[in-house]
Write a protein that binds this ligand. Structure first.
Ligand SMILES: Nc1ncnc2c1ncn2[C@@H]1O[C@H](COP(=O)(O)OP(=O)(O)O)[C@@H](O)[C@H]1O
Ligand SMILES: [Mg+2]
Length: 1105
């Protein structure tokens, strides 16, 4: 049973009071002092932690310390609050038990600090992650906000909690925080309007004024000077070591982290400012006719500013400070308020405003930090309630606070002293009773429903008639006089009649932690906690949304004539629920002790400590612990938890559970004195035994986990292997198929190659054989030919001889001829083949030639001269011939399109060409000219009508020509008409016929070879018309005229053709003279025109350019 523990090693004094020897109050205190002097502020009594306030910061809350205590057994390291926190968190996580951490002690003993250490430790060791960290941060940051609004400096503590706080931190099954719920208990709101000497109002007022920016203060209409505000006592406005301005920044930052919106923060600060303003409103009396004084607001500036801040109509609030409406049975009565009542109303409003704001803050924080899931949660509750308080002047608040502490002490006593001892007896374990003081009697004095102080107070408050604090005290004096723990001067108990320490207006209660003197003044009012309806209605009318929300009873539609429950009643009820809640959880105690009253380090005031040790019942606690057992558990869960440690109980124990546990412990060789068997539970004396079991269980769990892991891994590997194997088979099958395919293809390829080689070889062999056979045949033929030759020659010789002898030449001749014919035939056979190939080739070439020609054929225009080049030389003739044929053909085609008219025209043109082409230089000019014939338009022109009528035939040609004067060669214009029968020359102007010559009279026409229009019309000698001689005329249309003349002349069958002479020298008969007309190439000086000159009788010279 070797569990390593350092509890006794290098320890200052004794870490666990249970081990203190000898045990006496002196040695107890001595041990505490010894440890305190060495900065060992934590000491155990079993699992309870005693915490001494060091009043100085110690280096024992570092991250390293957190790591040191994390997952360690409670007794393994020196006592620390972290050990308790770790124990609580672990049993929450592992044993699924809801936990609560109860921190008790006097005001200033270090409860709030302890609660923060616990929370920060849990935050440090529980899960991490973005979401979890946010939750943690919000939970932790709710503290500065609540402390700013709910804490204040008191004479006992500079940062005293003026409200009770219980926080449930919720975890999921893994131990990660999910969120939290905060419950608050009765804020000491009287502090808002009045603070005892040496104390301050709530921190937030000072923080706001010191820390807010000028801008914010201006918005809130505040002044930085504390002295400007009636509600802020001046004598201790600043606290040593407290930086209000810095705290303000911390608070604002914390509010932001917790999740307050910017406008919410602003609203909250506005309400705080409004409370300060409210305190500055003062009243003065104003006499009324009926003799009563009525209060009036003195200086309305603060009232105005406050109303502006909250959006309240000033007149409404002002009226509420002067009048009060009382409603009774449907009737409304308005009474005036005097100055004192007005002040009372003002303060009541301020207190209510502030305390409601505080409750709203708590709710708002809860909204932010509440767990998001609905799944089952594990809970760790941390209770940090105001500590037991004894002031010089104790009032209703202290009474309530101390009552709460009484209740907590009850829980402690119930669970650690009474319940434990009773359990030993119940379970039949040998036990000698240990005496202790049970404060149930004090609780009863306060909370008894029939005659408890709170019940009396309520009764008094609800009683009709005049009720004052004195009447209440009277009542107490009569009802509680006999009570052991109640003391009063007026009680019938004569004992206190002469006790001058007990004033008349006070009563005293002997609390478990000492006697406290309560001044009865204010009890009734504070319990009533009345706010005039006019005020709550005024607040409800505000446009400020938050303030409206805080005073729902001000809603005129919801007027409730029933009295609200009293403050005492509410508190009692909420404490009752809290206690019930705590009892469902596994408690962990931190008992805080204050070493001195001076808030100073290093001072250990023995009497003060001794007093606390006594009333906290710590000595009794140690005694019970020493005699008793550290741990107990019903047999069944115990067996369930540890059964894996023993072979007989693992995995199932069939017998009774108690026997199972016995077997188990025996097997584990736990010494007999370490445990006892109760009726239903096993009791284990020393925590070390439990740790030993837990350690073994842990090891065993590790082994089991390894086993599970092993089996799981084996299974996983096997399934994976099987899967791999299956996959491998599939892959292999595919691969084999592929490989076989490849192989087959290779073989096939090779077979083909081999086959082709073999076939080649076979073919070559056959070829060789065939060739050989052929050669053989050839050889045979040759041989046989030779042979036949020889035979024939021999035969011939023989025949020759025979013919010589027998006239057989004819036979030899016939043989020879036969041979010759055969040979010839052979030759022809070969030649024929060649010819066939030749024919075929030629045929192919011709085919190709014609097809190509077809593709490259030229256009159908007769004047197109182009023609594809010839492809083969041997086709030269054909090619030319084809070209000629094609041309003729396309000409024919062209001609076939002609009309008769056009045909005639072309006939004429053809005739002209036959006559003049290459003979006369003028001819080319005429080719392009159309032969119009009637240039004068004889029929249409009226000028020539007469002339036309003279000419009885159709005019074939009519034009103006020049007649050459025979004498001088000058020209004169004449009309020249040609009909079928004759030609006529007429005067151009008059149209008078000068000469009409029948065509048969015309013998010939002479023209030059030159480029001139001269022509001579020669007449037959002896003709009647030839009297004047031949005509020498000139016309540009010579070609047309002559052609027409020639054709017309030829048309008549009876006549010979008119002869056309083309020569540069011809004779013309002028009357009887023959004149030679000679054409010469004209010199350039003659210009372009054709000049005609009579040289002499015989010569007419025409010079042509
Ligand atoms: N563990 C501690 N270490 C250092 N100072 C402490 C410790 N506990 C308490 N104090 C000091 O004592 C003061 C009062 O403690 P607090 O927890 O507010 O008392 P309580 O809540 O019991 O009234 C704290 O402001 C702090 O200065
Ligand atoms: Mg506190």
């Amino acid at each position: 049973m070797e569990v390593k523990t350092s509890l006794l090693d290098n320890m200052i004094g004794v870490g666990d009071m249970v081990l203190l020897e000898p045990l006496s109050e002196n040695s107890f205190i001595e041990n505490l002092k010894n440890r305190f002097d060495h900065n060992e502020i934590y000491t155990y009594i079993g699992s309870v932690v005693i915490s001494m306030n060091p009043y100085k910061s110690l280096p024992i809350y570092t991250a390293e310390k957190v790591e040191e205590y994390r997952n360690r057994n409670f007794y393994e390291l020196s006592p620390h609050i972290y050990a308790l926190a770790d124990e609580a968190y672990r049993s929450l996580r592992h044993q699924d038990k809801d936990q609560c951490i109860l921190i008790t002690g006097e005001s200033g003993a270090g409860k709030t600090e302890a609660s923060k250490f616990v929370m920060s430790y849990v935050a440090a060791v529980c899960g991490k992650g973005q979401e979890v960290n946010k939750v943690k941060e919000q939970l932790l940051q709710s503290n500065p906000v609540l402390e700013a609004f709910g804490n204040a400096k008191t004479v006992r503590n500079d940062n005293s909690s003026r409200f009770g706080k219980y926080m449930d931190i919720e975890f999921d099954f893994k131990g990660d925080p999910l969120g939290g719920v905060i419950s608050n208990y009765l804020l000491e709101k009287s502090r808002v309007v009045k603070q005892p000497r040496g104390e301050r109002n709530f921190h937030i007022f000072y923080q706001l004024l010191s820390g807010a920016s000028e801008d914010t203060l201006k918005k809130l209409k505040l002044d930085r000077d504390f002295s400007k505000y009636n509600y802020l006592s001046l004598d201790s406005a600043t606290v040593n070591g407290l930086d209000d301005a810095a705290s303000f920044r911390t608070v604002r930052n914390a509010m932001q982290i917790v999740g307050f919106m910017e406008d919410e923060v602003q609203s909250v600060l506005e309400l705080v400012a409004a409370v300060l303003k409210l305190g500055n409103i003062e009243f003065k009396p104003e006499s009324r006719v009926n003799g009563f004084d009525e209060s009036r607001v003195k200086d309305k500036n603060d009232l105005k500013e406050m109303c502006e801040l909250l959006g309240i109509e000033q007149s409404v609030l002002e009226r509420a400070f002067s009048f009060r409406t009382v409603e009774a049975k449907m009737e409304k009565v308005s009474t005036t308020l005097n100055v004192a009542q007005a002040y009372y109303a003002r303060d009541a409003l301020a207190k209510n405003l502030y305390s409601r704001l505080f409750s709203w803050l708590v709710n708002r924080i809860n909204e932010s930090i509440k767990a998001q899931t609905k799944s089952r949660k594990k809970v760790m509750g941390v209770l940090d309630i105001y500590g037991f308080e004894i002031f010089e002047d104790n009032s209703f608040e202290q009474f309530i606070i101390n009552y709460c502490n009484e209740k907590l002490q009850q829980i402690f006593i119930e669970l650690t002293l009474r319940e434990e001892q009773e359990e030993y007896v119940r379970e039949g374990i040998e036990w000698t009773n240990i005496e202790y003081f049970n404060n149930a009697i004090i609780c009863d004095l306060i909370e008894n429903n029939k005659n408890g102080i709170l019940a009396m107070l309520d009764e008094e408050c609800l009683r009709p008639g005049t009720v004052t604090d004195e009447t209440f005290l009277d009542k107490l004096n009569t009802v509680c006089a006999e009570h052991q723990h109640f003391e009063s001067r007026l009680s019938k108990n004569s004992k206190f009649l002469t006790d001058h320490s007990l004033p008349h207006n006070c009563f005293r209660i002997q609390h478990y932690a000492g006697k406290v003197l309560y001044r009865v003044e204010g009890f009734v009012d504070k319990n009533n906690d009345l706010l005039y309806r006019d005020l709550s209605q005024a607040m409800y009318k505000a446009s400020h949304s938050l303030i409206k929300l805080l005073f729902p009873e001000g809603n005129p539609t919801k007027v409730n004539l029933k009295r609200p429950p009293t403050a005492g009643f509410q508190f009692k009820a909420s404490v009752g629920t809290l206690m019930k809640n705590l009892l469902t959880k596994n408690p962990n105690y931190i008992r805080c002790i204050k070493p001195n009253d001076k808030k100073a380090p290093h001072i250990f005031a023995e009497s003060l400590v001794c007093h606390q040790v006594r009333y906290l019942g710590l000595m009794e606690n140690v005694r019970v612990r020493r005699a008793g057992y550290a741990f107990r558990q019903p047999y069944e869960p115990c067996l369930e938890r540890y059964k894996m440690l023993c072979k007989q109980t693992w995995p199932h124990w069939r017998g009774p559970v108690r026997e199972g546990v016995e077997v188990l412990l025996k097997d584990m060789q736990v010494p007999v004195e370490e445990f006892a068997y109760g009726r239903s539970k096993i009791f284990i004396r020393n925590p070390r035994t439990l740790f030993f079991l837990e350690e073994k269980r842990r090891q065993c769990l590790e082994d089991l986990a390894a086993l599970i892991q092993k089996i799981y891994r084996g299974w996983k590997c096997r399934t994976r292997f099987q899967l791999l194997k299956k996959s491998q088979v599939v892959v292999a099958a595919w691969y084999r198929r592929y490989a076989q395919q490849k192989k087959y293809q290779n073989i096939r390829c090779s077979a083909l190659v081999v086959q082709s080689f073999i076939r080649g070889w076979k073919a070559r062999k056959i070829l060789r054989e065939l060739k050989y056979k052929k050669r053989c045949e050839k050889a045979v033929t040759t041989i046989s030919a030779y042979w036949h030759g020889t035979q024939a020659r021999r035969e011939l010789k023989h025949l020759k001889e025979e013919a010589r002898r027998k006239n057989a030449i004819a036979v030899i001749w016939a043989y020879w001829l036969g041979l010759k014919v055969r040979r010839e035939y052979r030759k022809f056979f070969r030649a024929n083949a060649g010819k066939k190939i030749y024919d075929f080739t030629i045929q192919k070439i011709m085919q190709k030639y014609f097809l190509d020609l077809k593709k490259t054929m030229t256009s159908m225009s007769p004047i197109d001269k182009s023609w594809p080049a010839r492809p083969y030389g041997f086709l030269d003739g054909t090619h030319k011939e084809l070209r000629r044929m094609f041309h003729l053909w396309r000409c024919k085609k062209y001609r076939s399109q002609f009309t008769e008219e056009k045909k005639a025209t072309y006939d004429e043109k053809l005739a002209a060409s036959e006559l003049f082409k290459d003979k006369k230089a003028l001819y080319p000019n005429s080719v392009g000219q159309p032969f119009k014939g009637d240039y004068l338009e004889m029929t249409k022109n009226p000028k020539y009508q007469k002339l036309n009528s003279l000419v009885d035939d159709k005019v074939l040609l009519a034009d103006v020509v020049s007649k050459i004067n025979r004498a001088n060669g000058k020209r004169a214009p004449r009309l020249f008409l040609l009909t079928k029968k004759n030609f006529v020359l007429a005067d151009q102007k008059t149209g008078q016929v000068k000469a009409s010559v029948p065509l048969p009279d015309l013998s010939s026409v002479s023209v030059s070879t030159q480029n001139d229009g001269f022509f001579a019309l020669k007449l037959k000698e002896g003709a009647t018309s030839a009297a004047k001689g031949d005509f020498l005329l000139s016309s540009d249309r010579l070609i047309e005229i002559i052609t027409k003349l020639h054709r017309t002349g030829a048309a008549s069958a009876d006549r010979n053709r008119i002869k056309i002479d083309i020569s540069d020298e011809f004779l013309v008969l002028f009357k009887q003279d023959k004149v030679c007309v000679k054409f010469i190439q004209g010199s350039p000086k003659n210009g372009n025109g054709v000049a005609c000159k009579r040289k002499n009788n015989r010569l007419l010279e025409v010079s042509v350019p």
